[in-house]
Design a protein around this ligand. Sequence first.
Ligand SMILES: *[C@@H]1O[C@H](CO)[C@@H](O)[C@H](O)[C@H]1NC(C)=O
Ligand SMILES: *[C@@H]1O[C@H](CO)[C@@H](O)[C@H](O)[C@H]1NC(C)=O
Ligand SMILES: *[C@@H]1O[C@H](CO)[C@@H](O)[C@H](O)[C@H]1NC(C)=O
Ligand SMILES: *[C@@H]1O[C@H](CO)[C@@H](O)[C@H](O)[C@H]1NC(C)=O
Ligand SMILES: *[C@@H]1O[C@H](CO)[C@@H](O)[C@H](O)[C@H]1NC(C)=O
Length: 450
Amino acid sequence: MSVAVLLLLGLGLQVAEGRRDRCFFNRTQEFCVCYNLSEETMGSIIQCLPATVVEFWGGDLEKYAAFPIRDPDSSVIDTLGSLIIQKVVIGNVLVPEALLARVLRFFSYTHVRELAFESCIFQGTGDWSDMDGRSLPILSLSFHNVTSAPPTGREQAFSSLSSWLGTLQELAVTSSHLSSLPCALGRKLRALRSLDLAHNSLWDGSLAPTFCQGAFPQLQQLSLQHNSLSSYQGVCEAVELLPGLQHLDLSHNELTAAHPSSSCQWPPSLRHFNLSSTGLDEVPTPLPPHLEVLDMSHNHLHAVDISLISLKKLFLNENLLQAIPSIRNYPVLDTLHLDNNSISELPGDEVKLLGRLQDVAVADNPFSCSCSGAGGLQALAAAGHLGQGWPGGYRCHSPAQYRGWQVARVPVSLLRCHLAAVVAPLCVALALLAVAGAACLARGRSCRRA
Ligand SMILES: *[C@@H]1O[C@H](CO)[C@@H](O)[C@H](O)[C@H]1NC(C)=O
Ligand SMILES: *[C@@H]1O[C@H](CO)[C@@H](O)[C@H](O)[C@H]1NC(C)=O
Ligand SMILES: *[C@@H]1O[C@H](CO)[C@@H](O)[C@H](O)[C@H]1NC(C)=O
Ligand SMILES: *[C@@H]1O[C@H](CO)[C@@H](O)[C@H](O)[C@H]1NC(C)=O
Ligand SMILES: *[C@@H]1O[C@H](CO)[C@@H](O)[C@H](O)[C@H]1NC(C)=O
């Protein structure tokens, strides 16, 4: 709504009796979609008034780039203030930046809290001085698959936008070939809590300028997934300056583990760390010490020998582990995923500890269906600790007679499995008897007398 209304009010166009079939309001979802943004959208846009989310798809605003835009009069301000729209999505639109720079201030009269641009092309650069000292109600801003002039060298624009940028809480720039953010921008984003830079072209050299001293002082969540980062230590050094960071997602980068002598310290606030699909063949060091969730799934780990006393959830599925990590090293663990590794057996004492967890998954491992192997898994399953992979995902690899069987179907009777336990003492007793008997025979009479 806003952009079109604002735009067109601003442009001073008459609301023409345009086509009425361009906007579609979904009453149950309080959601409205308009296609082909232009002044002709206006006749239909009225029906979006009761919506809380409005999307505009398609359109070319190039021809409005140079339109003179008036200041809104009080009735326009009242109208904008009465709209209940919370979120505006603009998709597949060609937006001249000069126009955006002049129209953005109209949002200050609305209650729009979220603004998202998808697959848009921003054309040229704008003069943002209309925004000097102005704040906006928008707390969440996102750009996905957009093309624009690079954000570097825009100190003037950031300075004009600084009142608003200082209140923004969430920013996403995803799938947009971004190779860095300017230091000046990070320093303006004083209240930003969440920054999503997934699916871009960030590399090791992007980190220092983006996360410079004083940038993003309140940041709690950072996603750098699907970029071209390679240095674990480099990331550590970059985020060392973020004192409140809690979530860090580095998944889908090709990382090399840091040198063991690395002196970098992760922010002590870091709780949630995602290293899934990062090509790791050993656990990188150092790890943040107070982690609660650690995802190292989809790597080439052969062993995990670490100890994290606050860890609650550990994801190690799709690795090359031959043994489960020692549960004793994680006193408050409740979730452990080990699917798709090379684990053949769960040792008995670990099975007891696993029984304390809420969620254990070990499907798609080459299990040895010995008594203890199959019995341990069956006991875990019976106690309701194995997730949805049970029973189909748990199959025997050995011994030959059970290969391919579901672990759940291997007979584990008390007698059969405890045969060894019963037989061994029996043998000892028999042997002792035999010895005693032999002694008697040798001594002959003395034995009979006794
Ligand atoms: C509203 O949206 C929901 C979910 O997208 C859809 O199932 C429903 O059919 C829509 N209703 C109308 C009237 O279009
Ligand atoms: C939007 O415009 C395109 C081409 O200009 C046209 O093919 C399409 O039908 C229009 N969509 C609507 C909903 O008017
Ligand atoms: C990305 O945006 C361009 C327009 O800039 C569009 O042609 C393309 O289809 C979009 N890609 C995806 C995956 O949405
Ligand atoms: C880690 O990232 C991967 C891939 O991006 C995702 O599928 C997974 O759910 C994330 N793990 C956690 C614990 O959030
Ligand atoms: C194990 O890996 C295979 C092949 O990649 C996949 O099909 C299967 O779903 C995975 N199993 C689990 C439990 O993730």
